[in-house]
Design a binder for this molecule. Structure first.
Ligand SMILES: CC(C)(COP(=O)(O)OP(=O)(O)OC[C@H]1O[C@@H](n2cnc3c(N)ncnc32)[C@H](O)[C@@H]1OP(=O)(O)O)[C@@H](O)C(=O)NCCC(=O)NCCSC(=O)/C=C/c1ccc(O)cc1
Ligand SMILES: O=C(O)CCC(=O)C(=O)O
Ligand SMILES: [Fe+2]
Length: 355
């Protein structure tokens, strides 16, 4: 039995340390948002800033070898940093299976999920947690996650939770061709002739898949599901369910645009690593997720990244024409550590790499 809210002397201990997550907290039947989750006014979503006149592009990948498709991918990456793809060849069943597996994992009892917490997990590559960086945050986020860093099929088979490992691996495997197509198109515009081994490592040498769970929230307008941030990846491939709630920065800068769920689509966004490698041509755009008062929401991003030991910086092909580098060469794991050690703070992470 979950304890009554009056017994929860230390909510952070219950949620973060004991591994109940916000899902466990929501299920105690609490009627108002605990103060730890109340975000300062400026971090709450102002629905007056949401614009409905524009939306991120939806790109049909069925004719992916048509140069027009490559053009629309690159245009979207330059202008929006975000787009959705349809007819991408990842079977609907694979997407449905990984969503179902996400519900299965989060449906486990706290004692089971706790086995994968930072303190208890037998590996750093599997982590069940809550919020983003609870140690660093002034206000917590209304989100639980399971984060799986992919090293090899064998390691994943041995260490990833059995409730979701096959489905997560299948989703990663089946999305590989579309990731390659997207990166082929994007790097061609950057003057890269061929994705050789070194470039492949830089662009997609490592992957992390997160299973995100956003439980029903008693006062959704006072908190956030995920605060404003840009991803540190090269590209992120995001599967969302049919609930909605993801918003991206609009072109104007002072407004937000909803990313409407489209059955079978995948949301693609440019991450900081690609912004840096393209010397700012492609944009990693700020985004955030609101909390929901009536529905549980899940999402499953695959972060396609450089390897931790890669040095990233503007690509030589980009600078060939005499363009001035905006970013320095930096060890990717240093960049990621910088990202994880602070609370979400919009687009500030990338300043760490600025010259
Ligand atoms: C160099 C790393 C980043 C850190 O390793 P470490 O220094 O040996 O130590 P730890 O594994 O203990 O992690 C250091 C800190 O990062 C935090 N962290 C370590 N993974 C995690 C983790 N998946 N989650 C959230 N904190 C973590 C971790 O909590 C810890 O914080 P602290 O205990 O306060 O020092 C290492 O994990 C590494 O090489 N990872 C491979 C590269 C990598 O993961 N790249 C990230 C790709 S993109 C991505 O993951 C995006 C995630 C994301 C997530 C949520 C969002 O809202 C938005 C985006
Ligand atoms: O849940 C979503 O739609 C987006 C989550 C996100 O931005 C992230 O995990 O980096
Ligand atoms: Fe994100």
């Amino acid at each position: 039995m979950a304890p009554a809210i009056s017994d929860l002397r230390d909510i952070t201990d219950f949620v973060v340390t004991k591994g109940n997550g916000v899902k466990g907290l929501a299920e105690t039947g609490l009627v108002s948002l605990p103060k730890q989750y109340v975000q300062p006014l400026e971090e709450r979503m102002d629905m007056g800033k949401v614009v409905t006149e524009e939306s991120i592009p939806v790109i049909d990948m069925s004719k992916w070898d048509d140069p027009k498709v490559a053009d629309s991918i690159c245009d979207a990456a330059e202008k929006w940093g975000f787009f959705q793809i349809i007819n991408h060849d990842v079977p609907l069943e694979v997407l449905e299976n990984v969503k179902e597996a996400t519900h299965r994992f989060f449906g486990l009892r706290a004692e089971e999920k706790r086995k994968y917490s930072k303190e208890n997990s037998s590996t750093n590559n599997v982590r069940f947690g809550t919020s983003f960086s609870p140690q660093a945050e002034r206000s917590l986020e209304w989100k639980d996650y399971l984060s799986l860093f992919y090293v090899s099929e064998d390691e994943a088979s041995a260490l990833w939770p059995p409730q979701c490992k096959d489905q997560a691996l299948e989703y990663m495997k089946r999305s590989e061709p579309v990731i390659k197509r997207l990166l082929d198109a994007l790097t061609e515009r950057l003057n890269v002739k061929e994705i050789d081994k070194t470039k492949a490592s830089l662009l997609m040498g490592s992957k992390r898949i997160n299973l995100n769970y956003y439980p029903i929230c008693p006062n959704p307008e006072l908190t956030v599901g995920v605060g404003r941030h840009s991803d540190v990846s090269t590209l992120t491939i995001l599967l969302q369910d049919d609930i909605g709630g993801l918003y991206v920065r609009g072109i104007g800068g002072d407004n937000w645009v909803h990313v409407p769920p489209i059955t079978g689509s995948l949301v693609i966004n440019v991450g900081d690593a690609l912004q840096i490698m393209s010397n700012g041509r492609y944009k990693s755009i700020e985004h955030r997720v609101i909390a929901n008062g009536s529905k549980n929401r899940i999402s499953v991003p695959i972060f396609v990244n450089p390897r931790p030991n890669d040095i990233i910086g503007p690509l030589p092909e980009v600078l060939e024409s005499g363009e001035t580098p905006v970013y320095k060469q930096i060890l990717y794991s240093d960049y990621v550590k910088h990202f994880f050690k602070k609370a979400h703070d919009g687009k500030k992470t990338v300043d760490f790499a600025k010259i």
